[in-house]
Design a protein around this ligand. Structure first.
Ligand SMILES: [Fe+2]
Length: 313
């Protein structure tokens, strides 16, 4: 089975929610994204520093769910190759490669991952006119990574390695729980996606990269002052060496501000297994509230209603 790497980067994460207006107010308001398009209960939110057309899509729906996670491919030929590879290994395609109808267009297709999440892969999406984020401008530069809860961590990790060419960067483990998180990369960035051991399939968190430490702290303070629930942080992880502050969005999805995610030398990198029960592993700085079961539980999220159900758009 091929493990060639055909994905280039994470493009966007799409969410469906019942209280659409409240959700949009959060992401386009205090969180600092920019609404670039909206049509009949669907909005597209860009990060000002990112060439992606949008990094979050919100859709009004009766039930909260993860609609999809989208990745880039380098060329339409790579999109076709990936689709053929997936088909030949029995992966269920939701759509065949073709024109993408969302902002920026492109050529792509959708399929279910092993847990039933909808994944989209596309190439030739028009780039958005973006700009340099200025000093003290505390808004997301770009999407950093996404973390997904999986009830069978090893099965999901193997699937992503075998079908999408992800490679393991590091693992968090604890003496009484075993492996709890695998950080997975598709580039020299330490992780574009991570898999967390959860009680069910769901979104763990979406992470947004800020310009630097000052902007990350200013942003974290703004969201805290606005009264949103901060569940963990500020601190700096050992795996990935990135900063973190985690909040809950109005529907209980966890969102993170981060900076400085580690860039690896992929030729020489060997994955670590870090003991997550050590406070210094969870937070090098020692400024975050302790990671405990209550904090972990927040990011289990609700069981995803979108498992093996393709979003309508
Ligand atoms: Fe994260």
């Amino acid at each position: 089975m091929s493990t060639s790497r055909l994905l280039t980067h994470l493009r966007h994460v799409d969410l469906a929610v019942p209280d659409y207006d409240k959700q949009l107010d959060f992401y386009a308001g205090v969180w600092g994204l920019t609404k670039v398009a909206e049509d009949s209960g669907i909005s597209f939110l860009a990060a000002e520093g990112s060439p992606e057309q949008y990094v979050v899509r919100l859709r009004k729906a009766d039930e909260k769910r993860l609609d999809l996670v989208s990745y880039g491919a380098a060329t339409p030929a790579d999109v076709d190759t990936l689709a053929e590879q997936l088909l030949s290994t029995g992966v269920k395609l939701i759509s065949q490669p073709g024109t993408v109808s969302t902002p920026g267009g492109g050529y792509g297709f959708r399929f279910f991952d092993v847990d039933g999440r909808t994944i989209e892969v596309s190439a030739e999406v028009e780039v958005r006119r973006h700009r340099k984020i200025e000093e003290k401008e505390a808004i997301p530069v770009k999407l950093s990574h996404v973390v997904l809860n999986s009830p069978d961590l090893e099965r999901t990790r193997t699937w992503y390695e075998q079908h999408l060419g992800f490679r393991l960067s590091d693992t968090l483990s604890s003496p009484h729980m075993g492996d709890v998180m695998h950080f997975m990369r598709i580039s020299s960035q330490h992780h574009s996606m991570a898999l967390a051991k959860g009680p069910h399939t769901s979104l763990h968190h979406i992470s947004f990269e800020m310009r630097g430490i000052d902007e990350y702290m200013r942003g974290s303070g703004r969201v805290t002052r606005a009264g949103f629930t901060k569940i963990w942080g500020p601190g700096r992880h050992t795996a990935g060496d990135n900063t973190f502050t985690y909040f809950l969005d109005p529907h209980g999805n966890t969102v993170e501000y981060t900076t400085e995610l580690e860039e690896l030398d992929e030729d020489t990198w060997h994955p670590h297994v870090y003991d997550f029960s050590q406070p210094e592993v969870a937070d090098q700085w020692g400024t975050a509230n302790p990671m405990n079961e209550l904090v972990a539980k927040e990011s289990f999220n609700d069981p995803d209603r979108g498992s093996f159900v393709a979003p309508p758009v």
